[in-house]
Each structure stands twice: as C-alpha cells, then as structure tokens.
Ligand binder design. Sequence first.
Ligand SMILES: *Cc1c(COP(=O)(O)O)cnc(C)c1O
Length: 420
Amino acid sequence: MAKEFHTRDGKLYCEDVAAEALVAAHGTPLYVYSRAAILERYREFDGAFAPLDRLIAYSVKANGNLSLLRLLARGGAGADIVSGGELHRACLAGVPPERIVFSGVGKTVAELAAALEAGIYGFNVESEGELRALAELGAALGKPAPVALRINPDIESPTPHHYTRTGHLTTKFGIPSEDALRLYELAASTPGLRVRGIDVHIGSQILEVEPYRQALLHVLVLVDELRARGIALEYLDLGGGFGVSYDDGGAAPVAADFAEALVPHLAVSGLKLVLEPGRYLVASAGLLLTRVLYVKEMGGKRFVITDAGMNDLLRPSHYAGYHHVEPVQRHGGRPVVRSDVVGPICETGDFLALDRALEAAREGELLAIRTVGAYGFSMASTYNARPRPAEVLVEGGSVRLIRRRETYDDLIRGEAELLD
Ligand SMILES: *Cc1c(COP(=O)(O)O)cnc(C)c1O
C-alpha cells in the first residue's frame, strides 16, 4: 500500500486526514484517493522510461474519475481509451487529443468517427473489418485515420486470472502475426489511412518482466519486416498490464525493472514508445472505507457484514481479486479471528474477503479495504438498487469530494414514466 496511507496513534490516515474524519463528512462506503500517491507513481513510471521519446497513456478504464484524469493529464500523461464515453471523459478532463490512443476489440463506427474528428494520436486496430471502417471514415472526413495494428503475439501471459490474459490466440484480442504484413500493406496503400504504429497488449496484473520482453521482441521482428517493405513506423505501443502488489508481501517489479529489460531494444529501434498503464498508476493510491453492519457466527464461520458489497467493489467476486482488509481503529489485544467479509447483496458471490485472519470485528466499526484505486469504482454498479459510493481526493490536510454519493433519484433517472 502507498505510504500515504499510514497509522497514527492506532488510527488509519490518508496523508494528513484521519479516515474517521473522512467518513464523518462523507459517509460509507467511501472511495479515498491520495493525490500524492498517484503523482508519485506517475513520475516514477514516466521517469523510468525517460531515455526514450514516449507517451504514457493512462488507461482510463482503471479509474475514469474526471479529477484523477485531470491530475494525470496535468502531470503530462495521455490517455488510453476503450469507448466513446472514455473519449468524452478524457477530453473533458483536458487530455490533449494528440495524446490519446483508442484500444478495444469492438469500437462502433460512431466511436471511431468521434475519435477521428477529435484528432487522436492513434487507433489500435484489432480486425480487418475495423481497418476498413476507419479507411471509409478517413476518406469521408478527408482526414486519414492514424492506425497501429494490435498484434496478438500468441504469448501465454502469467496473470492471476484467465479473464485478464489477452495475448493468446484463443482470446478475442488483436490480429495474428501472419495476417499483419498483408493488412499493413493494405493500410499503407489506402488513402483514408495513415500507418503510424504497432501495438501489443498481453494482459493485466502481470508481475513478470519476461512476457513484455517476449512481446516486444515479437513485434520488433514485424517492425523490421515492414521496414524492409518500405513501411516505416513511428511508434510502438507495448500496452499496459504492469502488476502491483496487493498483499504487501509480494515482490512486484517496479517500473525501473520493466524499463531495464525493454529500453535497450527500443532505443535501437528508434521508435517512440507508447505505454498504457492503468492499475500501476492508481491501484495502491485508493482505499475503500466501509462500516461493519453486523457480525454473526454460522456453520462454524464468522461473517462480518459490511455496507460495501460487490456492486461497490467487484474484483473479489469477479476475478477472485485479493484485497487486504484492516480495521480503521486498531485495538491492541483483540483476538484474531478467521472471518468472511461479505456485503449486503443477495448473492453468495457477494464478498470482499474470504477466510481472512482479522482482528475480531465489532458491529459499527470501520474497515479499510486496500489497493482499490484501479478497477474499484470503475467497475461499480447499482445492482440491488444501491447508489454508487462517493469518491474523495486527499491532498495533505485537505479533502475534495470528486464525486458525490449517488441518490435514489440518480438511480431512476432516465426511466420511463410509470404506466397506469
Ligand atoms: C485494460 C487495458 C490496459 C490497462 O491495463 P492495466 O492492467 O490496468 O495496466 C491497457 N491497454 C489495454 C488495451 C487494455 O485493455
């Protein structure tokens, strides 16, 4: 966890603000982010690749809050988007369009057109059909579409869950290498397209450097083959997926480790480097605060029932994602009890932590769920008609509400009038 979350006199703080004070002002469940932690991660990541001409395109889907996007944009980051909605967010937050790349296997024509008109840096194209759609738009708008083909390197990337592996031919992502040369030649000879780069993204929460090196070497072979055919590229996008430590015990590689393995190859290629980190920049900068509603013993188990559930934080039930759980107020001498921390939702899959050694939780007390800055709020839903949580950003001793808690009116907005 980021050092910005720490304990003073047995109480949990974010920077200089006590978690209890945040809850007193904004209630629970509450997402809390440290501004300093986000900026520090960004500077560390960007700095590691400083020897290269580079674009660090923050993956908006990890956490698309406008204030966080603006914070990163002001720090120099671009954006990696996967939808028209994310394009809207990134532009509103002030990310310059020439720092935006557009990824995703199923972009609609309307989304492609909006991004082309906005003047984004590049489209990471995932199929021949998408390439043709872009060619038509580029011709119709009189503005050639800047493209990179997303190559599927057929690499088995070691991610904790198979849902987050994207570099293998059995997944839906990218274009097989054997089709790449033909499609690049097609693109290079099509007036509505401008061949600009090459792209690869192998998965998420990857804790090893080697798969990136493999993916890079794989696409560099294609870069050379293209050059030999007179197609010169300007950039190489190595995607995101850089893993973080969720339990403080693991030795997650840091940006410098990735850079050490990758920079020498890239420097030789002369290409600009694009990276799309999401989780790496924001995961450890976020906490979810929740209140214990009830505690009960059943079937030889202790259940700690909190006011945050799978609608607020989906990772545990969707990916078996691990999050450290701790009391906001430490009480010395409490017994440690194995507990399931579960939410109020009517699903057995609604849990935040299973079979966890926890200081025996009391009804009414506050718990903190760590490392939720990425894929926390962005995957939240209103399932069970539960308004989504508020989000606050802490800077030193000051707190900004960067998204108010949803209301019941928010939940029904847009629904048709009741029929008699
Ligand atoms: C999700 C995604 C990312 C970001 O992944 P992280 O694991 O958050 O770094 C980057 N690029 C693409 C294409 C993605 O789908």
